[in-house]
Write a protein that binds this ligand. Sequence first.
Ligand code: KG4
Ligand code: ZN
Length: 337
Amino acid sequence: MLVLGIESTCDETACAIVRAGREILSNVVSSQMDLHKEYGGVVPELACRRHIDVFIPVLQQALKEAGVTLAEVDLIAVAQGPGLIGALLIGLNAAKGLALGLNKPLIGVNHIEAHLYAALLSQPEAVVFPCLGVVLSGGHTALVKMDALGLYQPIAETVDDAIGEAFDKVAKILDLPYPGGPQIEALAKNGDPLRFSLKAGQVKGRPLDFSFSGLKTGVLYAVKGQNGQDARPFTNQDQSDLAASFQQVAFKDIIDKTLLAADKYQCQTLLFGGGVTNSRTLRAIFAERAAHLQQLWPPAGLSLDNAAMIAGLGFHQFQLKGRDTLHLEAATRMNFT
Ligand code: KG4
Ligand code: ZN
């Protein structure tokens, strides 16, 4: 079964062809980073316009690289949400138009769930259930117990900023370009992680939930002073030390809570998804502190937003639940099903 995956939830326009949920024939991603860089974050209106401009060329490229025609596609899987409403509508309407015109089944996929599937794409049998899904992306931070593909129990989430969002906002404070994660990781290599005393947020009565907005404010105060005015000259070394301190506190909080949750919910496997899992530093910390657990990380090219993960999960979802109708609606927020 050949599945065409379509992704347009935020600032990447992507199409992929995946055979039977595991063999990637093509995975084309058109990133809008250049467009949003100068604003320090994604501008929804600009994102939508760019999706419209590049969707057809991205689709054509994905078909060409895979060596298949639209007529040979068996299923169209599209990211239904969560995401920016205008951006979602472009991918969703393109998918509906293709499904209608080609008379092919359509399936809507949860983008976050697909991030978790990315680590399983080439080896879905590798996961040992129940496992703990760890979602670390620009828009979401969550822990979810997975009893099987499609059978999930949400455990924890962020009450304010997502972890990737926190990296991007801290980067902005430090005058670094968007997206901030890779910039901070690079800067932190030369920094002293113990130099600044920062704290990750704890949510009262919910020990597994995340809160990163206070940590971000801690970085702001370190740069500008408590009242935003008593800033002192900030050297390159200060900047590296602050990046290292922020990164270490944020990642320690994530691993502490992940280990607590794995223990509480008796999960022997961690399944990671989302753009922040690109971080070599994060992977190294987990390798050291969670060596007793099986760890499945997304391979290169599948951490950040892509359509191969949408096509891959779409295949399984179609087997489990059958097709969606053309009434499928975009969902800016979406729970795990
Ligand atoms: O999953 P993703 O492509 O977007 C959403 O679906 O939200 O993740 C993008 C996020 C950005 O916030 C980016 O700063 C972060 O992933 N990111 C990183 C790294 N590489 C990307 N964060 C920390 N360290 C990195 N090396
Ligand atoms: Zn994403």
